[in-house]
Design a binder for this molecule. Structure first.
Ligand SMILES: [Cu+2]
Length: 157
């Protein structure tokens, strides 16, 4: 009778060797889920109008956003950029950079992301991590443009 069944300790060992790879596979999936989501967003000037197209964008909080901006103007030589700021900072930031023709200083804590100034036909990119859920204004900081050339990035939970 004793010889017909493997000893208990050996059965446990066999079970263990099956369970371990499953456990590791489960861990791997969890790691992939917690990796930040990568998102590509595209926005352009509305031809030669002082407006963004689209003027609303959406992404998830924590996403690594690769945003591409295109200056779609064909006739006017005005430069455009794309500046994302924290809520209620647009007017103040816009005013502060009148003296630099809208060129934003690196390290301004009110600013989340900037696409550099573009001449017509240019396409430029910026990358940033989406902040906490909320509505964040973006605008063009060329002096006089922000009043019309602005929009909202909706960051969802
Ligand atoms: Cu502009």
């Amino acid at each position: 009778m004793m010889n017909s069944r493997p000893p208990l300790s050996r059965r446990r060992l066999l079970l263990g060797s099956v369970a371990l790879p499953l456990l590791l596979a489960g861990c791997g999936q969890d790691l992939k889920k917690s990796e930040p989501q990568a998102v590509d967003l595209f926005i352009e000037s509305d031809g030669d109008f002082l407006a963004f197209k689209p003027d609303e964008l959406t992404c998830r909080t924590g996403a690594v956003v690769r945003l591409t901006f295109h200056h779609a103007g064909r006739f006017l030589s005005a430069r455009h950029n794309w500046v994302l700021v924290y809520p209620n900072q647009m007017e103040a930031v816009d005013k502060d950079y009148e003296k630099t023709e809208g060129v934003i200083s690196p390290g301004d804590s009110r600013v989340i992301a900037v696409v550099p100034m573009c001449d017509k036909g240019d396409t430029m990119m910026t990358q940033f991590t989406a902040p906490a859920p909320g509505d964040y204004p973006f605008f063009c900081s060329t002096p006089g443009h922000a009043v019309d050339m602005n929009g909202i990035l909706h960051v969802t939970a």
